[in-house]
Design a protein around this ligand. Structure first.
Ligand SMILES: [Zn+2]
Ligand SMILES: [Zn+2]
Length: 312
């Protein structure tokens, strides 16, 4: 199983890192993509070229939402959006089913909405993806109103990205779009991780608690409604989750005390050494220390990887 695959750190050889994790003929039963930011997906092309991926699990987005992500990348509207052509095609094929995702032959795409399904891999292991983060709809309606996109609502809702790209090139004022993104995300201190999908990985046998791990991607736990839904989605497991991946690379806002309210939990913070956001944030670390978390710092240095081994 793979949960996200990418990095924004320059001067690292991502392909080499991927090769060090997988054996030559490994197949990937499940690839979870939490959300479509560069640092979570830009290794997928290489990964998918080398290994057969059987199932791809992604957050469910409306067609409008998926198309807006593509428009965002196309015009570099948001500061974190700098995406290659493959990633663009990858997202389009996940949602629009119009452009080839080269490795799609036989790959089953599962979209997760607000229900929490259980995905068994074999009789000892299972995964519970959740889309507790919401907010994309609010963003879309604000955008449509602010930029005067009412007319293209139907267009967005269609299934053809090429038509949308044409429309944007001819009829939409890109400066206006840029300004909207600036005020929505920068001035209001919002981020665009609001559809980031989490996954709980655990033994099928509920009595075996040690291997359980919650992958959070860039989950926006700064928003109380997202936090509450996340904790309630995993209610029956929450106190027994053994390892949690610190949301959003150790961001101060997204490592709220309510997320770190369980004592002695392993907490893995994955971040780039010289990242511009200064992750991990002091506030995040304090919240973890207060809950006596066992903190594991993972950066691009291979020796810092976090690994647990279980025998059944
Ligand atoms: Zn992100
Ligand atoms: Zn990220």
């Amino acid at each position: 199983m793979v949960y996200d695959c990418g990095s924004k750190t320059k001067d690292i050889n991502l392909n080499q890192i991927i090769d060090s994790v997988f054996q030559h003929d490994d197949e990937i039963n499940l690839l979870f993509v939490s959300h479509f930011h560069e640092d979570h997906i830009n290794g997928i092309e290489y990964l998918a070229n080398k290994h057969i991926i059987k199932k791809l699990v992604i957050p469910s987005l409306s067609t409008i939402g998926a198309n807006l992500i593509l428009v965002d990348y196309l015009y570099n509207l948001h500061s974190t959006s700098n995406i290659n052509n493959y990633a663009n095609r990858f997202i389009a094929s996940c949602y629009n089913e119009e452009m080839p995702f080269d490795q799609s032959n036989g790959v089953e795409i599962i979209q997760i909405d607000d229900k929490v399904p259980q995905i068994p891999v074999h009789d000892v292991w299972e995964y519970h993806p959740s889309c507790a983060a919401t907010g994309y709809q609010d963003f879309i309606s604000t955008l449509i109103e602010a930029v005067g996109l009412q007319d293209c609502y139907d267009l967005f809702n269609g299934r053809n990205f090429a038509v949308i790209r044409d429309y944007f090139e001819k009829d939409v004022n890109i400066d206006k779009l840029h300004n909207f993104y600036k005020s929505y995300f920068e001035e209001k201190h919002k981020d665009d991780n609001f559809y980031s999908m989490t996954v709980l990985s655990k033994a099928v046998n509920d009595d075996i608690k040690e291997p359980s791990c919650l992958y959070t991607g860039d989950f926006p736990s700064r928003y109380s409604h997202c936090r509450k839904k996340l904790i309630s989605d995993y209610k029956q497991y929450w106190d027994d989750i053994n390892t949690i991946q610190s949301p959003h690379h150790g961001s101060g806002r997204d490592n709220h005390v309510e997320i770190h309210n369980v004592k002695n939990r392993n907490c893995v913070i994955s971040y780039g050494k010289n990242n511009q956001y200064r992750h991990p944030h002091q506030k995040a670390l304090i919240n973890m220390i207060n809950s006596e978390a066992i903190i594991h710092l993972v950066d691009e240095d291979q020796s810092s990887k976090y690994q647990t081994v279980f025998e059944f």
